[in-house]
Design a binder for this molecule. Structure first.
Ligand SMILES: Cc1cc2nc3c(=O)[nH]c(=O)nc-3n(C[C@H](O)[C@H](O)[C@H](O)COP(=O)(O)OP(=O)(O)OC[C@H]3O[C@@H](n4cnc5c(N)ncnc54)[C@H](O)[C@@H]3O)c2cc1C
Length: 287
């Protein structure tokens, strides 16, 4: 074996990206007696931009996997201008932080034989249809993983495969966890200029606040703080929660890299999110 080959590992199942998609694939595989390898650029537990609202459809499998979140969300209230539109969900949803949820999925996969490589970034993928191990996945360390079967769970942008640079981000995702906000068992959705903001309960009596906004609107306002303060002034339905925002806006935003552990109960993350709700979906809300 030449010196280059020492850096090559052969695998039957390789999963790139250990978010919910990659981790769900891994858990499906371990339940079938297959031991996949997951590589993720980040680590566990860590925070991700997300509304952290788990709709009913996936509850049966999460229950089987013993990772079903306990917090129930049975009502949604849309706040548009000064009007509110409440409705009951036909089947209650659940709330859980991605910090906890992804970690639970990862632990379950690990316990059942998956291998997880964290802080491991994939920099290139090559495909040779004639080889038994058809996919050659290069890591930032210089190591190459060759796989017979490859799952890609890197989020929305597949620029690794297309070879193109990632598209310019148009939206800014913002998220924070708070204590002391009472949303009961409701998802509160506020339609705001060029975006939306949702609040709902997660574990440990905390409330997740997730917001997505057109990056131009945030730039025009001058900063995320000013953008959010502008929302308070102009969005009538949001006023009952106004006490939230002074706390949100006094915290300096944490630009990537995301801290792997929260240093306190309040956390603010800003991210040029690659895996946001597609515009064609989100814009439906604010027509
Ligand atoms: C503001 C906002 C609110 C949302 N609210 C909800 C909600 O309430 N409920 C819901 O179900 N969904 C929600 N979503 C959507 C949800 O977050 C995504 O659908 C989900 O995260 C997609 O999962 P994924 O595993 O495909 O990608 P991700 O969770 O983004 O995971 C991708 C993983 O791939 C890794 N990765 C990327 N590139 C590389 C690389 N080159 N090498 C190695 N690893 C790599 C990353 O580190 C990451 O861990 C929301 C999204 C946003 C932006």
């Amino acid at each position: 074996m030449g010196s280059n080959n020492q850096n090559i590992e052969k695998l039957d199942f390789l999963i790139i990206g250990g978010g919910v998609a990659g981790l769900a694939a891994a858990n499906r595989l371990v339940d079938r007696g297959i031991s996949p390898t997951i590589v993720d650029a980040g680590s566990y537990p860590s925070h991700k931009i997300c509304g952290e609202f788990i709709s009913y459809e996936c509850h049966p499998i999460l229950k089987d996997w013993n990772v079903l979140p306990s917090v129930l969300i049975d009502t949604v209230r849309f706040h548009i201008g000064n009007k509110s539109f409440p409705f009951s969900l036909p089947m209650a949803a659940r709330g859980v932080s991605r910090f906890s949820f992804d970690d639970s999925l990862c632990k379950r996969a690990l316990e059942r034989g998956a291998e997880v490589l964290t802080h491991t970034k994939v920099v290139d993928i090559a495909y040779n249809p004639d080889a038994l191990y058809r996919y050659s996945v290069s890591l930032h360390s210089g190591q190459v993983l060759q796989a017979r079967t490859l799952f890609i769970g890197t989020g929305r942008i597949l620029n690794l495969l297309s070879g193109k640079p990632p598209p310019k981000m148009r939206y800014l995702g913002m998220k924070a966890h708070f204590e002391g906000i009472e949303t009961e068992n409701s998802l509160e959705m506020f339609v705001i200029p060029q975006g939306y903001l949702g609040m709902s309960m997660i574990e440990n009596d905390r409330t997740n606040v997730a917001c997505i906004a057109d990056i131009r609107a945030v730039k025009n306002a001058g900063s995320p703080d000013k953008y959010l303060n502008g929302i308070i002034e102009t969005t009538e339905g949001i006023l009952p929660q106004q006490h939230l925002f002074p706390r949100l806006t006094i915290i300096p935003p944490c630009i990537h890299p995301i801290p792997s552990h929260p240093s306190h109960c309040i956390l603010t993350l800003f991210w040029l999110t690659p895996s946001f709700t597609p515009p064609h979906q989100s814009q439906e809300h604010y027509r």
